[in-house]
Design a protein around this ligand. Sequence first.
Ligand code: NAP
Length: 280
Amino acid sequence: MATLRTVALPSGDKTVALGQGTWRMGEKGGDRKREVAALKLGLDLGLSLIDTAEMYGEGGAEEVVGEAVKGRRDEVFIVSKVYPQNASRRGVALACERSLKRLKTDRIDLYLLHWRGNEPLSETVAGFEALRAAGKIRHWGVSNFDAEDMEELFALPQGKACAANQVLYNLKHRGPEFDLLPWQAKRKIPLMAYSPLEIGALANRGETKRIAERHGVTTKQVALAWILRRPDAIVIPKASDPDHVRQNRAAIDLILTKQDLTELDTLSPPPSRKAPLSMI
Ligand code: NAP
């Protein structure tokens, strides 16, 4: 099996550019077998980064991930997230212990603050750094942070140790291209693009369909390849359907042409001014 293209974190460690999301997994017991099987299939195909959170299924998704990585933990890069209300210095330590237990592992590869809440950022960073020193997490980062939030983070002692920012970025939501992504690129902080397939009506537009037809793929694969055109992007589609997992894996081999990209720019133009970061 060929290894997938990788993206470097600021530390120099690398992870695959295409991973697997888990939101809405672990919510219904009856779906668990199928969800575990989908994640395992993804791992077999090289989608070795799995993104989860204590929020998803209130811990249920982390349990699904724990089951999927059983016996193969070392080949997987696990990302999880702490609720903002748990993000005090002591709170992150306790939340991390609970996540490790559900994930049935001794470490999380990348631990993110899910979104900004009321806890001072300095407390969260101190908590993350303590977890890193203890070997419970390998890297930490943030999610749903706009450029001003990143500035604030970087002004803190140890704030520059942030390894990634996970935000809503897809063909329909190009806002981060205006200032956030250039800011991150300058500091070599990769983008983790969430909800990469949520492009709504754009999937049914003639332009998208024509591009998909030209390449013999689906419009969803075009949506993934469009994000994967960026060398700094880690893309994390969620799929419980095995056919979706296979299609997503194939999307990393799809290289969009200049003509495709121009057509997609016409359909969804890049931002010409600052807009607040959208969140799902
Ligand atoms: P998404 O991955 O863009 O879309 C998931 C939906 O698309 C599911 O209904 C899935 O169906 C379907 N799908 C997957 N592959 C497909 C394909 N090849 N063709 C057609 N449909 C396909 O949305 P998301 O789950 O919101 O985002 C992805 C991940 O990002 C999440 O799971 C989560 O890990 C993360 N996330 C993070 C945040 C944050 O605040 N940090 C917010 C949202 C999401 P099946 O399941 O039936 O296959």
